[in-house]
Design a protein around this ligand. Structure first.
Ligand SMILES: [Zn+2]
Length: 463
């Protein structure tokens, strides 16, 4: 054999092995994930009380958009599963999450870590069980209380139905990811709302803000887009009307679903507790922000996206998040007697705390705070945190972990309070402690709470 011929044989052999390997990689990527999808309308059937604003004085009286529960079941190459549920709701309680997790354990043998419940934090949805109860405790009549009591179990059933349907829908799929940008989220602590249009025009808006739009795309084995999961860190408070509406996240999901026929669009709220969509308060603005966010998602989908290998790891833990100094029983009793209109929520919270103590539950110095992280392939760390989380957490975790490969949702699994960083706790104000009143919790968080949350998130997410 001439040396030239030997070289040719070697070259052809290498090429064959190499292309065989390429084909194997492509097959694995194509067939390895299985994804199941389902959704259900969760718009209340009756005009009940709306969540989110203390100023509400009557129930809903109309509808701009439906509200949705949307579910995606993910199954990796080894059969590991995770269930992601996104909800067009202001928040959910730990009780609801626990009950759903117990049902999934019974039906599918899944552990708590395998279920993530993410909400959009729309302020144009219904009151969900006892979430934010001091806000409406004083004003609700018996009929409204009954409707609230009826809605929560009906919601739970609908979510379970979507999970059953998504489990039955598992089909081979590929996953890919990318990241876009939308800039309407504005730091509401550092920019006066009435000055925002001018400050924006002059490029003088003050942060911190997080304008990333992380996108996960699910395509079937023929390459057709089946679902998109995306997030954004900004309060869904464009609207304060009396009509059901998904606010900008609802309009963004509609935008993506209309421009990508057959696709289920799912939204999770990021760490936007100190961010508002500004300016706000018109339906046109809510639709416009939805279009901006939807366009950011569509831009990512139109470009080449990075593959996510079919390997899933899930973790979840409740950490004991400490409050700063608890009030004494005498202080709570004093608060309960306050009668000035400006003190009415403080008095309502005190009455709830006294009820709790009378029921044999003394004030607890800590709260069981939900931290969860999923790893999708070696590609994405999806961290889902409880509560209304300020932007510092997402910025810090992205910086200290994997940048745009680290996605941080707030408003997940249990929305029990604002979750302020050390900076915001020290600055004080609404997010720094004032809002605890509306959640019925006894005191602001202790200063070390940021470190505890970040340490747990990093432990779960891995390097
Ligand atoms: Zn909020």
């Amino acid at each position: 054999m001439s040396s030239r011929y030997r070289f040719l044989v070697l070259w052809v052999a290498c090429l064959t092995v190499f292309s065989g390997r390429l084909a194997a990689v492509a097959d694995a990527a194509e067939a390895a994930w299985k994804i199941g999808l389902a959704k259900a309308v969760i718009t209340p059937e009756k005009f009940m009380w709306m969540a989110g604003y203390a100023s509400r004085d009557r129930p809903a009286d109309g509808k701009l958009t439906d509200l949705w529960a949307k579910t995606m079941v993910l199954q990796d190459a080894s059969g590991q599963r995770a269930v992601l549920v996104t909800l067009d709701l202001i928040g959910i309680s730990r009780d609801l999450a626990d009950e759903l997790a117990a049902a999934l354990k019974q039906r599918y043998g899944l552990e708590r870590r395998q279920l993530a419940l993410c909400t959009s934090h729309t302020h144009s949805g219904p009151v969900v069980a006892r979430n934010l109860s001091p806000l409406h405790e004083l004003i609700l009549d018996a009929e409204q209380r009954r409707l609230i009591e009826e809605y929560a179990p009906a919601l739970q059933n609908k979510i379970l139905q979507t999970i059953d349907a998504a489990m039955a829908d598992l089909q081979p799929a590929t996953l890919s990811w990318g990241s876009g940008t939308a800039t309407f989220g504005t730091n509401r602590r550092n920019n006066p709302a009435d000055k925002v249009p001018q400050l924006r025009a002059e490029g003088k808006l003050r942060g911190p803000s997080d304008h990333d739009v992380p996108v996960l795309a699910v395509r079937d084995s023929a390459g057709k887009l089946k679902a998109v999961v995306f997030g954004y860190a900004c309060h869904a408070t464009t609207l304060a009307l009396f009509q059901w509406c998904g606010d900008y996240p609802g309009y963004a999901q509609i935008e993506v679903e209309q421009s990508q026929p057959g696709c289920q669009a799912m939204f999770w709220a990021g760490c936007g507790a100190d961010q508002n969509p500004l300016p706000r308060r018109t339906v046109e603005l809510a639709m416009d922000y939805g279009r901006q966010l939807g366009a950011a998602v569509n831009d990512v989908l139109a470009k080449e996206m990075k593959p996510v290998s079919a390997k899933l790891a899930t973790d979840f833990r409740e950490i004991e998040l400490p409050f700063a100094t608890l009030p004494t029983r005498e202080q709570v009793e004093q608060d309960a007697k306050l009668t000035e209109p400006k003190d009415r929520y403080t008095a309502a919270r005190a009455k709830l705390l006294l009820q709790q103590m009378a029921g044999g539950k003394p004030l607890n110095p800590t709260y069981p705070y939900a931290v969860q992280a999923w790893r999708l392939g070696d590609d994405i760390q999806f961290i889902t945190l409880g509560g209304e989380v300020v932007v510092d957490f997402a910025l810090r975790l992205k910086k200290e972990l994997r940048g745009p490969r680290t996605w941080v949702a707030g408003y997940s699994n249990d929305v029990m309070a604002y979750i302020a960083s050390r900076r915001v706790l020290e600055e004080g104000g609404y997010e720094g402690g004032g809002a605890m009143v509306y959640y019925g919790l006894p005191a602001p968080w202790a200063l070390e709470s940021e470190e505890l949350i970040v340490a747990e998130a990093k432990r779960q997410a891995g390097p």
